[in-house]
Design a protein around this ligand. Sequence first.
Ligand SMILES: Nc1ncnc2c1ncn2[C@@H]1O[C@H](COP(=O)(O)OP(=O)(O)OP(=O)(O)O)[C@@H](O)[C@H]1O
Ligand SMILES: [Mg+2]
Length: 328
Amino acid sequence: MAFVSIRDLKVAFDGVQVLHGIDLDIDRGEAVGLVGESGCGKSVTWLAALGLLPGKARVSGSVRVEGQELIGAPARMVERVRGARIAMIFQDPSSSLNPVQRVGRQIAESLALHRGLRGAAARAETVRLLDMVGIPSAATRVDLYPHEFSGGQCQRIMIAMALAGQPDLLIADEPTTALDATIQAQILDLLARLRAETGMAMVFISHDLGAVSAVCDRAAVMYAGRMVEAGGIERLFAAPRHPYTRGLFDAIPELDAGRGRLNPIQGVVPDPKKLPMGCAFFPRCTRASELCRIERPDLKPQPQGGHLACFRPLGEDTRTWARAEELA
Ligand SMILES: Nc1ncnc2c1ncn2[C@@H]1O[C@H](COP(=O)(O)OP(=O)(O)OP(=O)(O)O)[C@@H](O)[C@H]1O
Ligand SMILES: [Mg+2]
């Protein structure tokens, strides 16, 4: 049994569906990347799974943590799982660090809540955590306020806070987006090291495929509230099959440096209120056919491993398409 098992997770805001049925398993100890352009539903997937969306959100489907259902469960039970078993580093640092409270106190609160540590024991553990995430002179800086640390250090403090409950799974939502390249690389190293040391699983949410490949074993690509391709990181990198995945790779600056300029995907992610009838990627896809316009491909397991939702994948010849279109 997977540690976390998500099935047919759907989310709507004010009658507009933004998540259209996500299936995802996370095993103990593994690192899974969740990628896709802005607005594809990466954050909403995990905010919904952990009961963190505002009350107006309509959430359905199933999220089981070691068999225990979270969707529709009492808030107290969901809270216990969150923090103790699963911790989330939020995309927006200001939403997790309280600016008017000393960082040490914020971490100590989490230690008290999830591990029952108080007083000197909590203090010592707080310093140890800050030390572990690479805050210099942690023992003397533990009583400072968030604004007395740099952006990269605040990111590290958030990681320390998330680790305070010794989670089995860490959800890191764009943990490096706001940082410069050097600090970003340090945070990625830190996450990889912490995972090796603690054996925790990780979900790494990012639109940066380079960062995902550095820390993850496998990845899932999301587009317009659906998963369109998933699989082992090496296969995804070596031979992406969905034209959207391929487009994301072509837009990585590092890989493109030799060719001089970036190659972004034309067009924009569709408004969830006005999704195309067939494949949501159809209007931006250079390979699309008439079938793609009128019918939506389901996510299916692939003979070469992984999952794919595409009628005209890369690496297949046109005869295969013709057959698929006849069958459809
Ligand atoms: N609280 C909310 N109320 C209404 N709509 C929301 C809310 N939160 C998210 N959405 C919508 O849900 C969709 C998915 O948003 P989500 O935040 O999951 O995107 P994302 O993939 O995390 O993007 P980014 O890379 O920019 O963080 C978007 O269309 C967004 O506008
Ligand atoms: Mg997000």
